[in-house]
Design a protein around this ligand. Sequence first.
Ligand code: SF4
Length: 334
Amino acid sequence: MISIDEDKIFEVIRKRKPASIALNGPEALFPKMQETGKKIMELFDIPAYIIGDTCWGSCDLNTHAADMLGADLLFNIGHTISMETLDKKVIMINAYDDVKFDTIVEKFAKEMRNREYKTLGIVTDSQHLDQLQSSRKILENHGFKIVIGDGKGQLNGGQVFGCEFYPAYNIQKRIDAFVFLGQSIFHSVSIAMSTEKPTFMLDPYFNEFHQINDKARTMEKKAILSIYKAQEAKKIGIVIGLKEGQFAKIKALNLKKSLEALEKEIQLFALTEITEERLRNFKGIDAFVQVACPRIAIDNHFSRPLLSVPQAEALIKVLKNEPIDDFLRLRHWL
Ligand code: SF4
């Protein structure tokens, strides 16, 4: 069960005495955020607004919504990063899953004992960071050598986002395989794609582990197919995402310049939610490039090719007859 660090929220409210606050987080946490909002209104007698728009990460803060509501503080729930605040108004609040990994890590260690993987890198998402050290101990007790990569930027040691992998990428040459703690194909598959190392997802709910590399290869093939389909496009729409942490106008303008030099006709668009439904409104465009969250293009199906930034950069190489083999082997897909 996931629990929000309410003590920290209450402590901040006591200290900063806001007239109202807003809570923002992933949809899966809305029921918990509703409970927290109710407690805040009862304890402090101030309005607590739950922002119901999507919030995919610390890149998707919704501070405009908090400003419109006149909220003095915005608590961003469940996207643990290495910093406590992102600006004076935004406070990052941990939401940890209390599920334990001991049983699945033991199972993994016993079943993998005689395999070729002797040195393992452990990585996880925001909700399970507190399980890194106990999992490390279990694996070490079974004779594995363990490496946990250092944090960088917003990432803590051993933590990955869906588009940013420094703690995994930077240790890949020192390890034989990655162990991802958590039931998240979204995160584990991207470790496999960015490093090409054998990657195992340890699911504590079903007490199962899976090697995720076949799935990663299928996704990568789909990403490559979109690049080659876009090669034929005469008119390309470049979409700038309007979510504040994903706003990349300069990148969009640079890609425009590069693609125009390769004789593509470019039209610029801006959207908050980049979906098939919204893109369908734009006529006469053969393919799109979007410079917001790369996973929108990599994970989803669109009727016309839609490329993320690394795919768009690969497209430029294809148009110049250069190889694109390692286009996703990056620390960061933006
Ligand atoms: S994967 Fe997308 S939602 Fe997640 S941190 Fe990256 S840009 Fe944000």
